[in-house]
Design a protein. Structure first.
Length: 431
């Protein structure tokens, strides 16, 4: 019997040790993931980054090809072969071995190189845009996930308040200070709060799933850093950052595209100039046994085709690109002006809610609950104050989310990778 007890005790101890081991393993696996971590993970596996790298490689290959000279041509020719009379057989055979080389003139090679160089610039700007797009998308997903987690916290707090209110109402009903239907109302309010918690938790899970999809991560191992969320920075004005638009790869790409179109005009004009072909060779006369050099030159006679159609087309293509570049600049300015106004509005609203509205709502609910406990206020007053507090908290969370989302849009537009999250990360590391 004693041996059996000892064996059971050992099994119990082993089970506890194994459970502790698994718990420690899970604890190690769940690590805090900052925005910078999320962006780094996404960039490590993003196919878009590899595509951008391939585009740059393609452009460099085109540049290499554009700078190559034309290949020479070797030719062999036999005359006076297989005829009649004195030209019968190969007795009067004349053979010529020659080499010809076309020389490009009019700046064709340099124009091709210029077009290809701008192609490399275009690929570089496209790669930068892909990188900024990924940073923007991951940042937005991160903000959405943190805001969803904040909503879970708000819902749980409301559930806690609803439970406290129900406890207070239940005591008053038992003491016959409130009618019994007031307790039913409190029960309904608590049930609604529980439903809100479940809904918020589901939405938070979905938001996290969207985030980890960028690097094929696991939601169960994801722990976000929410400390940035309530950190607000005074927004820069439109005039302070509008100049950054011209340095963004989105606008620089238009400049490179326009420069490439101008180079294409020069290339088409140079293609209108005929290229001479020089020939040199040696001719062998079998009948006499003599040999002689053969030289020559040929130049296309540009009577009908002077490439005028392609020159005309290239000119209008360049004009079209220039007009599109101007329109793109206007769109960028307009978007930035709108976003800066939205950011300022979100900043002001968040400050007002944080400093005035939220404290007032919290105070009103606290006073209503105390007054109800003392029999000074009806339960309806408590319920109304609780609902108001919930709405204010949710509005504050939505306003903070909009502030960070608009800030992310501005950072993408101006090609800035600095965010309020990064600022908070720096502050956290300093501490």
């Amino acid at each position: 019997m004693n041996k059996l007890m000892i064996a059971l005790l050992m099994i119990s101890v082993s089970s506890v040790a194994i459970k502790d081991s698994y718990a420690q393993t899970d604890a190690v696996q769940v690590q805090e993931t900052t925005l910078e971590d999320a962006i780094r993970h996404a960039m490590d596996v993003s196919p878009d980054q590899r595509i951008a790298g391939s585009l740059e490689g393609i452009a460099k290959g085109e540049r290499q090809q554009a700078g190559l000279l034309l290949n020479p041509e070797i030719s062999a020719e036999a005359e006076n072969l297989g005829g009649r009379g004195s030209y019968k057989g190969t007795d009067s055979l004349e053979t010529t071995i020659g080499l010809s080389q076309t020389i490009e003139i009019g700046g064709k090679r340099s124009a091709r190189i210029k077009v290809a160089d701008e192609g490399i610039n275009l690929a570089g700007y496209d790669a930068q845009s892909e990188r900024l797009d990924l940073i923007h998308d991951v940042t937005v997903a991160y903000i959405e996930a943190v805001a969803a987690e904040e909503q879970v916290s708000i819902a749980k707090e409301q559930k806690k308040l609803a439970q406290g209110t129900l406890d207070t109402v239940a005591k008053r009903v038992e003491a016959a200070a409130d009618p019994i239907f007031q307790k039913s109302k409190a029960d309904v309010a608590l049930s609604a709060a529980k439903i809100a918690v479940k809904k918020a938790e589901q939405e938070a899970k979905i938001a996290k799933q969207k985030l980890v999809k960028y690097w094929d991560g696991s939601v169960s191992k994801l722990q976000l850093d929410p400390r940035f969320f309530r950190h607000l920075e005074q927004p820069q004005t439109y005039s302070d950052i509008v100049s950054n638009l011209k340095n963004s790869p989105d606008y620089q790409r238009w400049n490179a595209l326009h420069a490439q179109s101008k180079a294409a005009i020069d290339l088409e004009k140079s293609n209108a100039i005929p290229d001479p072909t020089f020939n040199v060779g040696v001719r062998d006369f079998r009948e006499s046994g003599d040999q002689a050099f053969v030289v020559g030159v040929s130049i296309p006679f540009a009577v009908f085709n002077r490439n005028q159609g392609n020159v005309y087309k290239a000119g209008h293509t360049s004009a079209k690109i220039d007009a599109e570049r101007q329109r793109a600049w206007i769109d960028l300015e307009t978007n930035l002006a709108t976003l800066t106004e939205e950011l300022e509005a979100s900043f002001s609203a968040a400050q007002m809610i944080s400093e005035n509205t939220l404290p007032a709502a919290q105070k009103a609910f606290s006073e209503a609950r105390k007054g109800h406990s003392a029999g000074k206020f009806a339960y309806l007053e408590v319920l109304d104050a609780q609902r108001t507090l919930s709405e204010v908290r949710e509005e504050y969370n939505d306003t903070l989310k909009k502030y960070h989302l608009v800030r992310a849009e501005i950072n993408r537009l101006t090609a800035s990778t600095s965010t309020s999250i990064s600022s908070m990360e720096g502050t956290k590391n300093e501490k």
